[in-house]
Write a protein that binds this ligand. Structure first.
Ligand SMILES: NC(=O)C1=CN([C@@H]2O[C@H](COP(=O)(O)OP(=O)(O)OC[C@H]3O[C@@H](n4cnc5c(N)ncnc54)[C@H](O)[C@@H]3O)[C@@H](O)[C@H]2O)C=CC1
Ligand SMILES: O=C(O)C1=N[C@H](C(=O)O)C[C@H](O)C1
Length: 266
């Protein structure tokens, strides 16, 4: 069996370490390198608490992709680093599967163009949990009937970007269905700045950050005399792993960049 050779960037992090455990469970995947901030030259198995992989650790993506033969780069790092890693991987002809959130729309456009120009498959998904993808799709559908909507996303307090990539993607999907609309009272004023959250085309997004949370979102629709709430909770990072595996399987057959797991689901 030809195994898919995978590099995991951010392998020491909350998501990256879970991705290593996912790779360990799949016979068709092989970890060929780990990329993170330190321990260059050591082996992944030397780091306590991580699976027993013989793969070498790198801190520089160029060095890593020159040294190892890789098919796929999984990136689970930070917005700035994730963007650079994705761009570099495409330039080396290595297919990126990116969970890192916080990319700007300009960066997404640039990466999309680069992948197309080089004919390299790539997947960028703000949320790999199947339930979250369904929440976003159901929200898009509901927006057809309920144009008044507010998004509340709740995450652990170590998260760097706000609003979450999932909330931004949800708003983008709703925008495809809903006419631009300024919500609330036309004379509404914030007596404390930020009280009404972020404004995306008249929709409001509220970001909660607390210890104890993992990743949660409610999309609340309001109509005359009724409310509809569509809610998703990730209680464990294992929830994202089947989406990463699905993306690896698909990216091997792609020659363009796909943004959003919904575009890979049947
Ligand atoms: N798409 C999805 O389904 C999900 C996406 N995420 C996103 O994944 C990203 C990572 O999240 P967490 O694992 O919670 O963060 P984390 O902080 O636990 O892990 C980030 C890892 O990246 C490493 N890193 C930072 N700078 C680096 C550099 N210059 N070179 C190499 N490695 C570097 C850190 O050392 C750390 O190991 C975030 O952007 C988050 O929003 C998180 C959960 C689900
Ligand atoms: O940082 C996280 O934890 C998560 N990030 C992604 C996002 O920004 O939407 C996905 C999920 O919500 C967890």
């Amino acid at each position: 069996m030809n195994k898919v050779k995978v590099v995991v960037a951010g392998f020491r992090g909350r998501m990256g370490s879970e991705a290593l455990r996912m790779i360990e469970k799949h016979d068709d995947l092989e970890l060929v390198a780990g990329l993170d901030m330190d321990n260059a030259g050591q082996k992944v198995k030397d780091i306590s608490g991580l699976p027993d992989f013989d793969a070498t650790i790198y801190t520089d993506i160029n060095q890593c992709l020159q040294d190892v033969q890789a098919d796929v780069l999984i990136d689970l790092t930070t917005p700035e680093v994730g963007y650079l890693h994705t761009k570099t991987a495409i330039e080396y002809g290595v297919r990126p599967v990116v969970g890192t959130t916080g990319f700007t729309s300009e960066q997404l456009e640039e990466l999309t163009d680069l992948a197309e120009e080089r004919g390299v498959g790539a997947v960028i998904a703000p949320n790999f949990a199947i339930g979250a993808v369904l929440m976003m799709e159901f929200s898009k559908w509901a927006a057809k009937y309920f144009p008044d909507v507010e998004i509340i996303e709740k995450h652990h307090d170590q998260k760097l970007d706000a609003p979450s990539g999932t909330a931004v993607k949800t708003a983008e999907l709703i925008k495809e269905e809903r006419q631009s609309k300024q919500q609330g009272h036309p004379d509404e004023k914030e007596t404390i700045p930020g009280a009404r959250g972020a404004d995306v085309d008249g929709m409001h997004i509220h970001s909660v950050r607390l210890p104890g949370l993992v990743a949660h979102q409610e999309v609340i629709f309001g109509g005359p005399g009724e409310n509809l709430t569509i809610k998703h909770d990730s209680f464990h990072r294992e929830s994202f792993m089947s989406g990463i595996k699905l993306s690896i399987d698909h990216v091997m057959k792609l020659d363009i960049l796909v943004y959003g797991l919904e575009n890979l689901l049947e």
